[in-house]
Design a protein around this ligand. Structure first.
Ligand SMILES: NC(=O)c1ccc[n+]([C@@H]2O[C@H](COP(=O)([O-])OP(=O)(O)OC[C@H]3O[C@@H](n4cnc5c(N)ncnc54)[C@H](OP(=O)(O)O)[C@@H]3O)[C@@H](O)[C@H]2O)c1
Length: 337
């Protein structure tokens, strides 16, 4: 069965999605949407799509399209996803899937009502090395600390410093360091441990009102033996400086370390005795292939929700993002809709 896709958004991430999706013979790119019809046409020519749109109403009403990949600025995710789902289309939506929990609950209600699949495109949940980390937790004893950073100087920061207002630092597009890249280690922590009991945060805000960098401390009391000390997750993120971007999960018997909390490269088990074991396996160069296959499986098997990037997981992540934003007084225009 071929799944006929349309794409919304024509940036680098959509190209990465197409390269990954095309690895699966079930994928067929049928349509390209862009605000600009010439952009849509040149993107369609490059990627062999049959139809182009510059009007979302027409895209939604095109009955030949089964599913839509949405990679627009964050503030449009909910509105566009709902519009597509109301026309019976399955939706794979980039992270963060919505700006807040209220938007996301409306998206889920729409997916249920129209019996279509809705999944957040958080690719890191599906990479084999993250699944290996998940299944290796029992090897390191009582879990005590999770530390992970994602700090990457943005290629758009120089433009921001010159007084321009690129989307990535724009409050109107519900952007900023935490939702853009801090979300990767955050997603991993919530996927591994669930909702934290306490959240503390700090950030440095830019003049546009978004966070340029920041830190989160998530406390998990319920994971403790004796309630006096549980697991602490420390997450560091930045779009205005670069870091080594390592991650570590410490238990009382040893630790698991990795590089890059979006890709989970070079995963290693280090026991307190000093004994070391490489846990990672070779992964596909394009890390989106795994989430694409999973999403196509969901559609093929007529499932509307993923058990990996489940609706509850997306909702939990959004709730933490909202709580952090509330602590840092970061309010997006979508929050007041
Ligand atoms: N999973 C990942 O690894 C990953 C990586 C990067 C980004 N992302 C996510 O992908 C999404 C897009 O990120 P991005 O950095 O590519 O965003 P972006 O460049 O700001 O915009 C993406 C696309 O949206 C359209 N767009 C741009 N400005 C717009 C505006 N003012 N109004 C309406 N549409 C606009 C453009 O398409 P047209 O000009 O063709 O309309 C553009 O190609 C975000 O949600 C981001 O979090 C995910």
């Amino acid at each position: 069965m071929k799944i006929k896709f349309a794409i919304i958004g024509t940036s680098k991430i959509t190209k990465m999605f197409l390269a990954a999706a095309k690895q699966d013979e079930r994928f067929h790119l049928h349509a390209v949407y862009s605000r600009n019809i010439e952009t849509a046409q040149s993107f369609a020519d490059e990627h062999q799509a049959e139809i182009v749109f510059d009007d979302l109403i027409k895209l939604a009403s095109c009955e030949e399209i089964d599913a839509v990949y949405i990679a627009s600025p964050n503030n449009y995710h909910a509105q566009q996803a709902i519009q597509m789902m109301e026309s019976g289309k399955h939706v794979l939506c980039e992270k963060p899937i919505a700006v807040n929990a209220i938007e996301f609950e409306k998206m889920v209600a729409t997916a249920r009502k129209y019996n279509v699949c809705l999944m957040e495109a958080m690719l890191s949940s599906f990479v084999p090395n993250f699944l290996i980390i998940k299944s290796s937790l029992g090897k390191i004893g009582q879990l005590r600390k999770f530390t992970a950073s994602f700090c990457q100087y943005s290629s758009r920061y120089p433009a921001f410093l010159k007084g321009e207002n690129p989307n990535t630092f724009n409050l109107a597009f519900a952007n900023g360091s935490l939702v853009d890249i801090g979300i990767y280690p955050l997603y991993a922590a919530i996927s591994l441990f669930g909702m934290p009991d306490n959240i503390h945060s700090q950030c440095a805000k830019l003049s546009s009102g978004v966070d340029g960098c920041g830190d989160l401390l998530l406390s998990y009391d319920q994971l403790s033996y004796d309630k006096s000390s549980g697991l602490q997750a420390v997450i560091s993120h930045s779009k205005v400086s670069s870091g080594e971007n390592v991650g570590e999960l410490q238990g009382e018997l040893g630790r698991i370390v990795w590089q890059h909390s979006s890709e989970f490269n070079h995963v290693k088990l280090v026991m307190n005795s000093g004994e070391e074991q490489v846990l990672s396996v070779a992964q596909h160069e394009n890390k989106m292939v795994y989430e694409c296959q999973h999403f196509f499986d969901l559609i093929t098997n007529q499932c509307i929700e993923s058990t990996v990037n489940s609706w509850q997981l997306s909702l939990n992540v959004l709730k933490v993002l909202e709580q952090v934003r509330s602590q840092q007084s970061i309010v997006y225009p979508n929050d007041s809709v």
